[in-house]
Unconditional design. Structure first.
Length: 378
């Protein structure tokens, strides 16, 4: 009898205040688990969890529009980001849209990054870091994260009156010389590569010309939403007694591009959101196509005012049951990719995290959610 009494002293009393408090705490944690969802894939190496065999066109990628137009302190008409290239890559960005300005004189050309060509370039207010420093930062990131790759889309926004032939030689030397030794993927490959072949490498996409000299070419008009078909070129013209002309593939896959950013009417945000939503279903898994979907627009005088719809795009995904959300939608281009928005289920959320999670059946964000009213956070 004494032993039983001893044991009963150590048994928890279900009505004890401490027990009640513990029950309440566990109930709160259980009921609100979704609000504390943790990313199961580290943003700096999230591609590690995908199979080598997957085509890069079938990976949903967060991209950075005008990636080097960076102002850490102010959102100016010429800035698109407040985070550095290393910060963007660490956060999960895997596509960098790089605009170039040619500087110097032949044969000593150099290359700065820029945003557009405004008022002749002599004021330098739309000029940012050197292209070489961007390549160095990408190289350092890939050395530290060999499971990843970086798509770098190059476009010359400001030729600055320079000789193209001499400039091409200088750019070729910067990108491909043994002294720089950047891990650039074979630019002679016209096909869409698999993830395994790209790990640890930079994949160049060129908006400079229609050759493969500076990457896979993709020329598209300003303010467009259209399909860019594959590119072929004559390699040999037939002569008498020879077989028909031989064609060489320059880019073997089609690219659908939605980059309409101006002349959207009086309701630019709604019009831009509609374009983004219409583009999302175009991509189909295994179709061998790339879909490039830009989310930013401009309006009013000289297009100085920017229109951002990240919160609305988040709502587009969050308003759907997980079974109805798109799981293959291509590459989405973002300004201010670090902006986060308050949600009713998952706390502060940004598009990078959601895009990454879409490659894993939205494992971190399985429930419906909506963006709450309130200012974005950086």
């Amino acid at each position: 009898m004494g032993i039983k009494n001893k044991i009963s002293v150590h048994q928890p009393n279900p009505c004890h205040p401490c027990s009640i408090a513990m029950c309440i705490l566990f109930a709160i944690l259980f009921l609100n688990f979704s609000a504390f969802a943790q990313d199961t894939h580290k943003s700096n190496e999230w591609l590690k969890s995908l199979p080598d065999s997957i085509s890069i066109g079938d990976i949903n990628l967060p991209g950075s529009h005008d990636a080097v137009a960076i102002n850490k302190h102010h959102n100016t008409p010429y800035s698109c980001h407040s985070t550095t290239i290393p910060e963007q890559l660490e956060a999960g960005i895997r596509l960098l849209d790089i605009r170039i300005k040619v500087k110097g004189h032949n044969p000593n050309y150099s290359f700065a990054t820029c945003h557009g060509k405004f008022f002749g370039g002599s004021l330098h207010f739309n000029e940012y870091q050197s292209l070489k420093s961007v390549l160095d930062e990408c190289n350092a990131f890939l050395k530290n994260n060999p499971s990843e790759f970086i798509i770098m889309m190059l476009k010359i926004d400001d030729w600055n009156g320079k000789d193209k032939e001499g400039m091409y030689e200088a750019l070729d030397s910067l990108l491909f010389s043994a002294s720089t030794n950047y891990p650039i993927y074979n630019t002679g490959d016209a096909d869409l590569p698999s993830l395994g072949s790209l790990r640890g490498k930079i994949y160049l996409v060129s908006r400079i010309d229609d050759t493969r000299e500076f990457g896979v070419p993709v020329e598209f008009p300003d303010n467009t939403a259209d399909l860019m078909p594959p590119i072929e070129t004559h390699l040999i013209h037939p002569q008498e007694g020879e077989q028909s002309a031989v064609f060489r593939k320059i880019r073997a896959y089609p690219i659908y591009i939605q980059d309409q950013y101006k002349k959207l009417g009086h309701h630019e945000a709604q019009a831009k959101l509609a374009l983004v939503e219409q583009t999302i279903p175009i991509k189909k898994k295994g179709d061998g196509e790339v879909v490039l979907n830009y989310t930013t627009a401009r309006r009013d005088f000289m297009l100085l005012y920017k229109v951002y719809i990240q919160d609305s795009v988040l709502n587009y995904f969050g308003s759907r049951d997980i079974s109805a959300r798109p799981t293959n939608f291509g590459w989405i281009m973002l300004d201010y990719e670090n902006w986060t928005y308050p949600t009713d289920k998952y706390g502060d959320l940004n598009l990078i995290k959601l895009i990454i999670s879409s490659n894993f059946q939205y494992a971190n964000y399985p429930e419906k959610f909506k963006v709450l009213k309130g200012e974005h956070r950086q």
